[in-house]
Design a protein around this ligand. Structure first.
Ligand code: GLN
Length: 541
């Protein structure tokens, strides 16, 4: 039977519960255990797919096509596992199942209630995931902060699980804040005490406290927290800001968290293989060169809206010890060539990001034109590919008025149009082309060189595609369609061979990059950027 770790958060939101959960998962993976993470999100949306990226950040897509919370991205990157549909549970999803079951008559006339019907459904989904992924350990992170009304059913369900599964099979980890206040920056334990009282009120006593703090906590502070919160001192883990999020697992390991958790769950003393992780953190923290990559997007004012792209760029620099600085460029601000020239000054490469809707797309097109004409390395992602095709159609093939059907009705040249299977689809939730699909690459293309293979799979999230009526004209003018779906119907990847590095994909490669396995497209972009910077330095010597 799988062991289950529950992670809750206290005091304030955004204290890094996702990173703490992901890091804890990494410590168990380093001990050779199979880990299945799951995020329990109290919001009523059935999934994150319909949520505004400005408000909620990125929508992370799993292999099996679930649109989920961005924390799943952290889980995949830190734990090097693939999450699935079952790794994301929301109040909306739980209630939908309960209501469906009620309509079918499954409850045999019972009055359907939060306890036991909703809590049973929550427990069932957690246990199902354990079975489905044959996990040694499930790590379940409860979204929100203890004290929120909407997370109560989840907390009640996890409380019941200890009684049902036993203390040896369950572990409660509470991530909390230990702030500094007053003119002398005094460290205060009271918010943590209150947050633990709040948990106890609903019947949960945490086994481990991860205390986020700006400064190191002295032994006296840890002892005080231990005394007031009823947690042994060795289980009060301080968590100060790290130089990189990828350093967090190593810090936790040093503080004995991995050993504590493994022992507590009955896994005993297991060999820990830190070599690969230490190596990548060493490279990350000691760069020997740097490049600056611009990310042109529509939602750049929320730093989380392109989380996986930012992480993929950082991963791509690791093998080369290259620090990748990211310059966020809001595409709205680029709608003249002067504005573009200013925004891209000093860049070594550029990513044209994904997105939806008309706003800011002319700015993306301007940035692409600049990169194409000035030989700036470019990677286009999803909407980025679609805009690269429009730019090329307008400016290289002279198809003035080329556009996407997503942006204008009846464009003169509809070079991007709706996927045939999307015709007649009006619901917005979970109806895009989602998840992993295969793609065949053209031999000797840049894509095939980067991937080192001609058969690949990538994750998708789109409704529109390149219109095949325009393939020929694009090719005649020097664009290569270097990746297509196995039935040749769908353009998956394009490139311009006369350019040092110009490649775009209909997929979302950012969802598959891992710090220990940077994605080939991002790696290629960063390498091209390093080359460009070296060449520029050589000419100024
Ligand atoms: N809006 C475009 C489409 O639906 C691109 C989507 C994206 O960038 N993820 O096809």
């Amino acid at each position: 039977m799988a062991k289950i770790i529950f992670v809750t958060g206290g005091v304030v939101s955004s204290i890094g519960k996702g990173i703490a959960t992901a890091s804890l998962g990494r410590l168990l993976r380093l001990r050779g255990l199979t880990v299945a993470p799951v995020k329990l999100d109290p919001y009523i949306n059935v999934d994150a797919g319909t949520m505004n990226p400005f408000q909620h950040g990125e929508v992370f897509v799993t292999e099996d096509g679930a649109e989920t919370d961005l924390d799943l991205g952290h889980y995949e990157r830190f734990m090097d596992v693939n999450c699935s549909r079952g790794s994301s549970v929301t109040t909306g999803k739980v209630y939908s199942s309960v209501i469906e079951a009620e309509r079918r008559g499954d409850y045999l006339g019972a009055t359907v209630q939060v306890i036991p019907h909703v809590t049973n459904e929550i427990k069932r989904t957690i246990l199902n995931l354990a079975k489905e992924q044959e996990a040694d350990v499930v790590i379940a992170e409860v979204g929100g902060t203890v004290g929120d009304i909407e997370s109560l059913p989840f907390l009640e369900a996890i409380r019941q699980m200890r009684t049902e599964l036993g203390a040896e099979n369950t572990l409660y980890v509470h991530v909390t804040l230990v702030p500094q206040v007053g003119p002398w920056g005094e460290v205060k334990t009271k918010p943590t005490q209150h947050s633990v009282y709040k948990l106890r009120e609903i019947g949960i006593s945490p086994d481990i406290l991860i205390c986020r703090s700006e400064v190191e906590l002295g032994a006296d502070v840890r002892e005080k927290i231990s005394l007031f919160c009823g947690v042994p001192p060795e289980a009060v883990i301080e968590s100060t800001n790290a130089n990189s999020i990828y350093e967090v697992p190593l810090r936790y390991e040093q503080l004995g968290l991995g050993e504590l958790v493994a022992k507590r769950l009955g896994f005993g003393d297991r060999a820990v293989d830190l070599k690969e992780w230490e190596g990548l953190v060493e490279n990350l923290l000691n760069p020997t060169q740097e490049v600056t990559i611009g990310v042109v997007g529509k939602y750049t004012s929320n730093g989380d809206a392109y989380k996986s792209i930012a992480e993929s760029l950082i991963h791509a620099g690791i093998p080369r010890r290259a620090k990748v600085n990211i310059r966020w460029i809001e595409s709205d601000s680029l709608e003249s060539s002067d504005a573009v020239a200013k925004a891209v000054e000093g860049l070594d490469g550029i990513v044209i990001g994904p997105g939806f809707g008309l706003r800011g797309i002319e700015g993306k097109i301007e940035a692409i034109q600049y990169a194409r004409e000035n030989r700036l390395p470019l990677l286009g992602i999803c909407l980025g590919l679609q805009m690269a095709v429009i730019e090329f159609a307008r400016n290289a093939c002279n198809l003035k008025g080329a556009n996407s059907e997503e942006m204008v009705d009846n464009p003169t040249y509809p070079v991007i149009h709706l996927l045939p299977e999307q015709k007649g689809v009006s619901d917005k939730g979970a109806t895009m082309r989602l998840g992993s699909y295969p793609c065949n690459l053209v031999h000797d293309s840049l894509a095939a060189k980067l991937y080192g293979d001609v058969r690949i799979t990538e994750r998708h999230r789109h409704r529109f595609e390149v219109n095949n009526d325009f393939r020929e004209v694009l090719q005649q003018h020097g664009m290569v369609i270097s990746g297509v779906s196995p039935d040749y119907r769908l353009v998956e990847m394009i490139e311009i061979p006369s350019h040092p590095f110009f490649i775009a994909t209909q997929a979302h490669p950012e969802f598959k990059s891992r710090p220990n396995r940077p994605h080939p497209l991002f790696k290629g972009l960063v390498e091209a950027a390093v080359k460009r910077r070296a060449a520029a330095a050589a000419t100024t010597l």
